[in-house]
Write a protein that binds this ligand. Structure first.
Ligand code: ACO
Length: 318
């Protein structure tokens, strides 16, 4: 799969690209000033970088074609040729247009750009998959303690994108996360819809949102193993699940945790990552029409390698 890395001059990105090319994980397209890319490769002795496709966003031969596409896709928003001509020089926009035009299969960025800056061009030009209205981000949490989830692995969502989903958006996030779990984590999802209430222990509009989202997700995916509303302990600890939600096949046994808001999901994954020293792989963006994934600016070289490998898997599944 052809994976485009718009931050082609960034040091960790270059080191990751060298490993990805050497291990034949993906064909790498680096965007950036070719001289800077090659001098960075020389500085770190990265002998495989010469096998990457290197594209200078200032001189791409297909710029005019991409600008026409941009104007066509955003004319309802009033995008002019002049504005599109400026935007396309931004590697984050160029990467998404390359994907839209079929010149690349996926993208990974975010080592030096914020989540919003990575996602905005993707939302505008690549857009969501048919039937999906909302993009969200899942983390595959690999715990040292194998007692919880699927032999110590849990999938968390949304931890990265959509601040305050409606009940139907939350249902979509649950169904999308189940798909990511099958495709990337490689096991059958048992989804818990998390709340501060378990099966009516509290009543509040925020609890109703989770109850309704669970119902809608069941309608969207009748075969999906899903239950809610559940508190986190009732979702993952067998004894507590049995006592708080007797009869639920998910309570105490969940391997996918869907959080009611981005605040909960983002805080939860970072706490588990730090306090339990779990490995957090992701965020894997789900619901986008093509695989585009966002890194944390604090990412390591191996985080980039992992996320490109996941992106290539998503692209080949597609
Ligand atoms: N799914 C699909 N499309 C979306 C979504 C979404 N979740 N959110 C916005 N869009 C679309 C809109 O429909 C709109 O499309 P249009 O221009 O064709 O009408 C376009 O994107 C822009 O929408 P805005 O509402 O203007 O969105 P904005 O650009 O202001 O914000 C963003 C989108 C940046 C993703 C915002 O929701 C955000 O900042 N989210 C939080 C990201 C974040 O900081 N996460 C935590 C850090 S990540 C980490 O820790 C791993």
């Amino acid at each position: 799969m052809r994976i485009v890395l718009p931050e082609g001059t960034e040091e960790r990105t270059l080191q990751a690209a060298d490993i990805l090319i050497k291990e034949k994980i993906a064909h790498i397209i680096l965007l950036g000033n070719p001289e800077e890319i090659l001098s960075g490769a020389g500085k770190f002795n990265l002998s495989n970088i010469e096998k990457a496709t290197i594209i200078d966003p200032r001189n791409h031969p297909d710029i005019d074609r991409y600008v026409d596409m941009m104007v066509e896709l955003r004319k309802h928003k009033g995008l002019t040729h002049e504005e599109a001509g400026k935007l396309i020089r931004d590697p984050l926009y160029l990467a998404t247009l390359m994907i839209k035009a079929g010149d690349a299969d996926g993208e990974v960025a975010g080592a030096m750009n914020s989540t919003g800056d990575v996602l905005r061009p993707a939302f505008q030009f690549v857009k969501t998959r048919p039937g999906i209205s909302v993009v969200s981000g899942a983390f595959i949490m690999i715990l040292n303690d194998r007692e919880y989830g699927e032999d110590g692995v849990l999938v968390f969502a949304d931890c990265a994108v959509h601040p305050d989903p409606t009940e139907s958006e939350l249902a979509e996030i649950a169904v999308a996360t189940a798909g990511t779990t099958r495709a990337i984590a490689g096991f059958e999802p048992r989804v818990a819809m998390l709340s501060f209430s378990t099966k009516g222990s509290a009543s509040h509009p925020m609890v109703d949102k989770v109850i309704n989202a669970t119902r809608i997700a069941r309608e969207m995916a009748p075969d999906l193993q899903i239950d809610g509303e559940l508190q986190a302990d009732a979702a993952i600890v067998e004894k507590i699940g049995q006592s708080k939600a007797p009869g639920s096949s998910i309570a105490g046994n969940a391997n996918v945790l869907v959080f009611p808001t981005l605040e909960c999901g983002n805080i939860a994954y970072k706490l588990v990552q730090r306090l339990a020293r779990a490995e957090a792989v992701g965020p894997v963006l789900q619901g986008m029409a093509a695989p585009i994934n966002d890194l944390s600016r604090g990412c390591s070289v191996s985080d980039i390698v992992n996320l490109v490998a996941i992106t290539a898997t998503q692209a080949s599944d597609k």
